[in-house]
Write a protein that binds this ligand. Structure first.
Ligand code: HEC
Length: 396
């Protein structure tokens, strides 16, 4: 018996033990452990397995292990119990992973718990992660987190799966979907195709996405973004410097100390006439609730340089009236007799017969320089508020 064990042990510890036949070898050893009653032999076998597992993580729990371990953990031998527990910890890590996967996939469990487990799984990035995340897109409780997680994986099936799920996603999940698709050139091409085919509305692409797509310097993507986006100047040096200056102030520590309520008051003063956040505010610009607000780069680029990339939907037109009035705003509707223009304060319906000329500018309705008058503390408070996950009270 001892010889057979030594043979197996030698086999197990050989360099090939973690090649394809590793599972078989472990299975064999578990079988032997199961049939062995001699504590000394059990201890030898376990020691050998532990030595071979040194430093390994996320080892798949072998079939039959739990049953064998139940027996070993009752052993009168201290050494067997000790070695058994050590090996159980190696397999246990994988056991925990399996348990987390089960939790994530279980729609009867609270969304918060599932999302937490999902985060841990995403951090581990094991080989089956992409497939698991793809599977979760159909489940609204975890779809957004799964989409964000998919950004870190590069399974070629991902774009097709995301695009198929897209119509069923809610707004925040759609943002996450578009962001994930714009992180890799190959994914971006699939995104482009879907938008071209009308499966994804152009308006779902934000200024941020377009900037992202441009950063690939890909001829085909550039030609396409030029076609659907009116203006795409890259930030000039001065704006780049301004963004860098703000970013240097917005350190994680500074943001931790920021006052979101004070930030909300600033938002109400400077941004809310045009933007909705948490259900309150104007509709001149995009609703920011589902935007990529966590991302400081996104915020800074869009606030400091709003005209760098503008969707045609948001370009300012300047309307000169015969009576010398001038309206500048976004033309939202036009028919035979009238033009509706959205200005900061609301919608104006202008009679065509009274219009002298309409000039289409290449500027965003969103003004530049909004952050210039703010103090450092105000900037930090505003950004802290923009990054909150839920509404906060106004200051007293
Ligand atoms: C006069 C109206 C107006 C004001 C005031 C305004 N914005 Fe905007 N904003 C817009 C419009 C229109 C767009 C979309 C056009 C574009 O891309 O520039 C926009 C775009 C944005 C975007 C990018 C949204 C996207 O497409 O992803 C962000 C972020 C943003 N604004 C934040 C702010 C913040 C923060 C403030 C206050 C400091 C602010 N805006 C003030 C009109 C406004």
């Amino acid at each position: 018996m001892k010889y057979a064990l030594l043979l197996l042990l030698a086999l197990f510890m050989a360099p090939c033990a973690f090649a394809d036949d590793a599972d078989d070898t472990i299975g064999l050893l578990i079988g032997v452990l199961k049939d062995t009653a001699d504590p000394a032999a059990q201890a030898d076998l376990l020691k050998g397995m532990n030595a071979a597992m040194e430093g390994k993580r996320n080892v798949k729990m072998p079939a039959g292990w739990q049953e064998v371990y139940a027996k070993l953990s009752q052993s009168p031998s201290d050494e067997v119990r000790k070695q058994g527990a050590k090996l159980a910890a190696v397999f246990g890590d994988a056991g925990t992973l399996e348990a987390m996967k089960k939790l994530v996939l279980d729609p009867t469990k609270p969304a918060e718990e599932r999302n937490k487990a999902l985060e841990s799984l995403i951090g581990k990035n094991d080989a089956t992660l992409a497939a698991l995340l793809q599977q979760l897109l159909k489940d609204p409780a975890v779809a957004e987190a799964a989409l964000k997680g998919l950004a870190g994986t590069d399974d070629p099936k991902t774009p097709a799966v995301i695009l198929a799920a897209y119509p069923t996603l809610d707004q925040p999940a759609r943002r996450a979907a578009i962001n994930t698709l714009s992180f890799r050139p190959a994914f971006a091409k699939a995104l482009m195709k879907s938008v071209k085919e009308g499966k994804i509305p152009t308006k779902d692409l934000t200024a941020y996405t377009v900037r992202q797509l441009r950063s690939f310097n890909d001829k085909e993507l550039d030609a396409w973004t030029n076609e659907i986006w009116g203006v795409a100047k890259t930030s000039n040096q001065q704006k780049i410097a301004e963004i860098a200056k703000y970013k240097a102030m917005l350190t994680p520590e500074a943001l931790k100390a920021g006052d979101p309520s004070a930030g909300r008051a600033l938002f109400a003063k400077t941004c809310m006439q045009c933007h909705t956040l948490y259900g309150e505010g104007g509709k001149v610009g995009p609703d920011l609730t589902g935007s990529n607000r966590q991302d400081i780069d996104y915020l800074m680029v869009n606030i400091v340089d709003p005209s760098a990339v503008i969707a045609k939907d948001y370009m300012v037109s300047i309307i000169y009236m015969k009576d010398d009035d001038v309206y500048s705003g976004i033309v939202t509707k036009e028919d035979d007799t009238s033009v509706s223009v959205t200005v900061e304060s609301g919608v104006q319906v202008l009679q065509k017969s009274e219009i002298k000329e309409i000039k289409h500018s290449e500027l965003s309705m969103m003004p530049e320089g909004l952050l210039t008058p703010l103090s450092k503390t105000e900037l930090i408070n505003l950004v802290t508020y923009l990054r909150t996950p839920a509404q906060v009270p106004l200051p007293k």
